[in-house]
Design a protein around this ligand. Structure first.
Ligand SMILES: [Zn+2]
Length: 112
């Protein structure tokens, strides 16, 4: 009980870091690099969060300290390779950046 109490601020910080990376950082990236199309780019970033649907394949769906990377199929290194290839095509570039950024965010999470 005491331990949980001590960990609570830490978990909250982790939560804030995670969601600011998922929502705020894409906004900054979109605005910085794609200023004219920032709204579209930001929407793509938000939609890229749909890759988290693969979490529904897992049991349990959510687990506090589980690392998503290489656990869920759309978060595997193979999937990351596919997203990386997307960088080379103009049509898929933005979604590829968004997905890779998502993977990076989840990856950082594994070490917090
Ligand atoms: Zn994820």
């Amino acid at each position: 009980m005491m331990l949980l109490f001590l960990l609570k601020p830490f978990l909250m910080t982790k939560f804030i870091i995670h969601y600011s990376l998922h929502f705020l950082a894409p906004l900054l990236i979109a605005y910085w690099f794609f200023n004219k199309n920032w709204k579209t780019v930001y929407l793509v970033f938000l939609f890229s969060m749909l890759v988290d649907v693969d979490h529904f394949l897992a049991n349990p769906i959510f687990e506090e300290n589980r690392c998503s990377i290489n656990f869920h199929p759309l978060h595997s290194y193979i999937a990351c390779g596919v997203y990386f290839l997307g960088l080379f095509f103009k049509k898929t570039r933005v979604i590829a950046i968004a997905l890779l950024f998502h993977m990076l965010t989840d990856f950082i999470d594994c070490y917090l």
